[in-house]
Design a protein around this ligand. Structure first.
Ligand code: B12
Length: 225
């Protein structure tokens, strides 16, 4: 199995879609944990990012790597029902009828279109029976406030990858505070734009490294209600 695992990371970094799909399918067939497969894919993407930074790969390669990651992900996780779309209408009844554990509003910061990490968080939260309203990428500050007023989430989750995303997070936190939504509604931040140092400057927020920690946080918020 170790050889196939290495092949997943290799295929991702070499942008070889055929080998990637075959090796991911082989790992799934062998019962490999999906979290581990995602980590292998992420290691491959890290290498793609390094090669891009060194000028060895170009923007087109980044685009291909993103598409490949999503293809690979679809092989390991079943398509989640768009529960959040119901919440978008502001219908608390629909969320209750669906017997959800809680409502999470999520989006990627303005100026940032990286959504692979955010999509993983969304998928895992939905699998764990949370109702998630996904605002997508490049979300303006005001859109978070409006959506929070309409959807009345239990948790607001912010995702960012680009360097500037951390500043946008700070602006969203300030706007949500001014609108009286935060701190009553806790904010969870994540994504590679967040470091320990930066976290302090974003404001009164919680941080989770990945999907497992994100679920733990959301569960603890609901349990404390
Ligand atoms: C794929 C990719 C793209 C794709 C994105 C496709 C897509 N649909 O997302 C495309 C081609 C669009 C792209 C574009 C660009 N990219 Co790009 N991209 C990448 C790459 C290779 C992978 C990113 C990724 O998806 N990682 C995998 C995911 C799973 O990891 P993740 O996002 O960190 O998410 C995990 C955790 O952080 C966490 N998480 C994420 N969100 C949240 C939210 C919450 C609430 C929580 C709790 C946790 C959490 O959970 C996730 C799962 O574990 C990175 C390289 C790298 N090292 O990251 C560069 C990288 C991010 N890109 C970079 C750059 C420079 C660009 C461009 C500016 C290139 C250009 N010249 O145009 C544009 C920017 C466009 C924009 N305005 O956003 C730089 C960013 C530098 C910086 N820090 O500012 C990087 C680091 C590459 C590099 N080394 O130079 N990119």
């Amino acid at each position: 199995m170790d050889e196939i695992k290495a092949q997943v990371t290799w295929a991702m970094s070499e942008l070889d879609l055929d080998v990637l799909c075959l090796s991911v399918q082989a790992l799934v067939a062998k019962g490999c944990d999906s979290t581990e497969i995602v980590e292998l894919l992420q290691q491959g993407l890290l290498e793609v990012g390094n090669r891009f930074a060194q000028g060895e790969y170009f923007l087109a390669d980044l685009i291909v790597s993103g598409m490949m990651f999503k293809s690979a992900l679809s092989l390991i996780t079943p398509e989640a029902p768009p529960v959040g779309a119901a919440g978008a209408a502001g219908s608390a009844e629909v969320a209750e009828a669906a017997n959800t554990r809680g409502r999470v509003l999520i989006g990627v910061m303005a100026g940032d279109i990286h959504d692979i990490g955010k999509d993983i968080i969304v998928q895992v939260l939905r699998t764990e029976s949370f109702d998630v309203l996904d605002l997508g990428v490049d979300v303006p500050v005001e859109a978070f406030v409006q959506a929070a007023l309409n959807y009345t989430p239990d948790i607001i989750a912010l995702s960012g990858v680009m360097g500037g995303a951390a500043l946008e997070m700070k602006l969203v936190v300030e706007a949500l505070t001014e609108a009286g939504i935060h701190p009553a509604t806790p904010i969870l931040v994540g994504g590679s734009c967040v470091s320990e140092l930066i976290l302090e400057n974003i404001g009164d927020v919680n941080y989770a490294k990945g999907p497992v920690e994100a679920v733990k946080f959301c569960v603890s918020v609901m349990e404390s209600k």
